[in-house]
Design a protein around this ligand. Structure first.
Ligand SMILES: [Zn+2]
Length: 439
């Protein structure tokens, strides 16, 4: 099998406007620059699992020539073309001996090669100087396994092996024009990463009410690839969100006890005692975010915040709490009241239904779904009415200062700095690029 090899580092510099051609490394890393939005793959800088640190490249040898010393192996990669047969494909791969084809035909385990000869598929083969097949790799439809044919001396073998998964670190940045998902879609950021952003900054920003046109984000995240296909997103390693000209930054950090969380550049946890929004952020619930009347007017009118949202949208506990009341209550309709550490209560009204099994005295944790948006009680349409009271007095939940958790200190803080600073520097690079392009 081919050797693995490390690829070169590439990091974008502020002011880069066009893709720089940096050969195979750039091609593999998939760098693209689109308008005001920039994306690039950067090397991992946080502690990553071992497989995350490498990108596998097959060294491609030149075509065989007559001067070739005996014993050399030549590797070629070819795309399956429309109308290809296994015979024509082998031929393009430089496999000239008849043995390989007849062997493949006889092997049930090799049948998928004949059945999954889809145009565009990248097939790799190694031959000796005489065009005798040494090995062949054929990736299958599942994007996760390959058929491997191996030929050493007189011994042939067919096996199915997992494709080498590689984790790349991707950096993207975008500007919000209508919704967060509009911006992340334009940048080809997976939904899971957009949702994670809303989660990471969920104690600072109410993603249903606070977003404004011109808000910006930058995010450094992992993406798992196999056989050239993006399989799934991994962790968000660092992120920045500029909301109404206030900049929030976060870096992922795992403490000495193996607990991971997001911290600001000073080592203060972003997670607070309360979430800003009681609605679960989703593609559906996010679409209405920009169409609101000023919050204050509504706030004075009825001592709560209203969130218009489609019926059935998940409502979450904004804090760790105990259910104090659950049931119907006049104009509130179906209502849940939660009590947090004695002094603070939160209320969630007009629900269509409650989460299964929830009753007075139940302990709920922050983010847990407690019910679903509806229009019970005095409600003209589906919405959530949310109240926040301290010592029984109504407070504007969007303005109340939230207590934070304990910041990192001592050795933990210095380790955090060592790991987070390079990530935060990446954010600076991408943010600088963004601004340069906006000017
Ligand atoms: Zn209301």
């Amino acid at each position: 099998m081919p050797k693995k090899r490390w690829i070169l580092d590439h990091c974008p510099r502020a002011g880069d406007r066009l893709p720089r051609h940096i050969g195979l490394a750039a091609t593999v890393a998939g760098i693209s620059f689109l308008g005001v939005m920039a994306a690039s793959a950067v090397p991992p800088v946080a502690p990553l699992p071992p497989e995350a640190r490498q990108t596998v490249i097959e060294p491609l040898a030149l075509q065989p020539t007559t001067e070739t010393p005996a014993g050399s192996v030549f590797v070629r990669e070819e795309q399956v073309r429309r109308g290809d047969t296994v015979a024509s494909l082998l031929n393009r791969l430089g496999v000239y001996g008849p043995q390989a084809l007849s062997y493949l035909r006889d092997q049930p385990a090799a049948a998928p090669i004949f059945e999954q000869l889809a145009p565009g598929r990248q097939v790799t083969a190694a031959t000796d100087a005489h065009g005798e097949l040494r090995w062949l790799r054929f990736p299958l439809n599942d994007h996760e396994t390959s058929i491997i044919v191996d030929h050493q001396g007189d011994v042939w073998d067919v096996s199915r092996q997992p494709l080498a998964a590689e984790t790349r670190v991707v950096m993207k940045s975008g500007v919000i024009r209508s919704t967060l998902f509009g911006a992340t879609d334009a940048m080809d950021v997976p939904d899971a990463i957009a949702l994670r952003l809303a989660e990471i900054f969920g104690s600072e920003i109410d993603f249903h009410r606070d977003l404004r046109e011109g808000d910006r984000f930058s995010v450094v995240y992992e993406m798992v690839y196999s056989g050239g296909h993006a399989l799934r997103p991994g962790r968000v390693l660092a992120a920045e969100f500029v909301n109404q000209d206030t900049r929030y930054r976060a870096a992922w950090f795992e403490d000495a006890h193996g607990r991971s969380d997001y911290y600001d550049p000073d080592g203060k946890p972003l997670r607070k005692a309360f979430l800003r929004s009681p609605l679960e952020f989703s593609r559906v619930s996010s679409g209405l975010s920009m169409r609101f009347h000023p919050i204050l007017r509504q706030w004075r009118a009825h001592k709560g915040v209203d969130y218009a949202a489609p019926a059935g949208t998940k409502v979450r506990a904004t804090t760790d709490a105990i259910v104090e009341f659950i049931g119907g209550r006049g104009g509130y309709g179906k209502l849940v009241e939660l009590r947090h550490q004695g002094r603070t209560t939160t209320a969630y009204a007009h629900l269509s239904r409650f989460a299964a099994g929830l009753r007075a005295g139940t302990r709920v944790s922050q983010g847990e779904v407690i019910g679903f948006v509806g229009a019970t009680g005095w409600a003209t349409g589906p919405h959530l009415h949310y109240e926040f009271r301290i010592d029984g007095r109504h407070r504007d939940p969007l303005r109340v200062a939230l207590p934070g958790a304990v910041p990192l200190a001592g050795g933990q803080l210095s380790r955090f700095r060592t790991e987070a600073d390079p990530l935060l520097a990446r954010l600076d690079q991408i943010a600088g690029l963004n601004l340069a392009l906006l000017d």
